[in-house]
Write a protein that binds this ligand. Sequence first.
Ligand code: NZQ
Ligand code: ZN
Length: 389
Amino acid sequence: MNNFIFENDTKVYFGKGCVKEYLSSVLSHYGKTVMLAYGGEAIKRNGIYDEIVEALTAAKKTIVEFSGIMANPTYAKVLEGAALAREKGVDFILGVGGGSVMDCCKAVSLAARYEGDIWNDFWERAGIVDFEPLPLGFVVTVTGTGSECNGGAVITNEERKIKTGRDYPACNAKFAMLDPVYTMTVPLRQTISGGFDILSHIMETYFSEPNEDNVSDNISEALMKSVIHNLREVIKNPKDYTARSNLMWAATMAENRIIKLGKRCDFQCHQMEHQLGAYTDCNHGEGLAVLHPIYYRHIYKDGLPKFIRFAENVWNIPREGMSDEELAQSGVESLAMFIAEIGLPTTLTELGITDEALLGEVADSCNIAPGSYKKMTAEEIRQILKESI
Ligand code: NZQ
Ligand code: ZN
């Protein structure tokens, strides 16, 4: 194992009924004026909103509503939330939703306590948080990003056409409540794309140095098998509590920093998808599903030992006379087949993205990650996006 320091300040409450049981008493430790932040109508339709308001009322909080947080939250929305938090004297933010709500809340928590331009000082470049952001708590209602247990926030600056994420441990929520029953009303399409986002986070971590035996890669293999199995189960039965709960915890495990310990990590696919999102507002998990197999066809030869492990340990492919390259490639093709099997898009055309010139712009705007097995060139990124059509 490589050296590491591990810290995660978020307390997790997990399981059926956890919000009803704990939220009100947990809130008593925090401020009087609570910003209740959420997205659209989903939590009102399924009754989650009423449960949250009941808990806030029981805890005698003044509620300041901040709603309409969109998928792929924008910097403009962050500024709106920060202005509201200042105007109403908010001293705690409770985000109820998925990655978009949680990420927006984290950025609001910084912006509400910062005088300068948070985009310039914290997203365009990495900043130093030498002040206390507004404290946060989350109730997760859709599984995928794992944003509940890290300081990461992915924000889109529409004017500059940049979607980018930063991870500030000071933005870790004080607590996160995860009731898998809450996710049962999530439409299957979002369930599947969120599920693929989990797999993507694990793969972006797994396919990186070091290659020698390490606990992080072993945990990653177990998680990938669990996500693949439980995605198949939840498609068969969207009300399957076992599948919903495993997916929910796998999402957190993928992004609570544990599997990244001692790893270099890649996240080049995320860099490409984020810019695709900045230009087209496409769904995060669906964009990733299109890009991953194409990206891996470009890099597997450079990370052969890990791609062989992936084929053998995750997809149970027997070697049966295959060369190293053939075996590694068969793992990537199994991933591609799984993506098609669960109904995710395999081309950008299926997402309505067909404009080659636009994709050229997307490619030119992408961050090139230091990479792990292979650092991409700008030309390769252009090529991958072109092949994705
Ligand atoms: O708009 P509403 O009505 O609220 O509906 C939401 C939204 O349409 C719906 N939903 C939420 N809970 C529901 C529900 N529908 C029915 N029943 C429920 N219980 O779900 C839809 C999607 O929500 P969203 O938060 O956008 O999805 P997700 O969790 O996939 O978040 C995506 C965002 O997170 C970023 C992505 O780039 C994207 O902006 N990411 C954040 C990361 C992080 N902070 O660590 C890492 C990821 O790689 C990712 O980049
Ligand atoms: Zn992701």
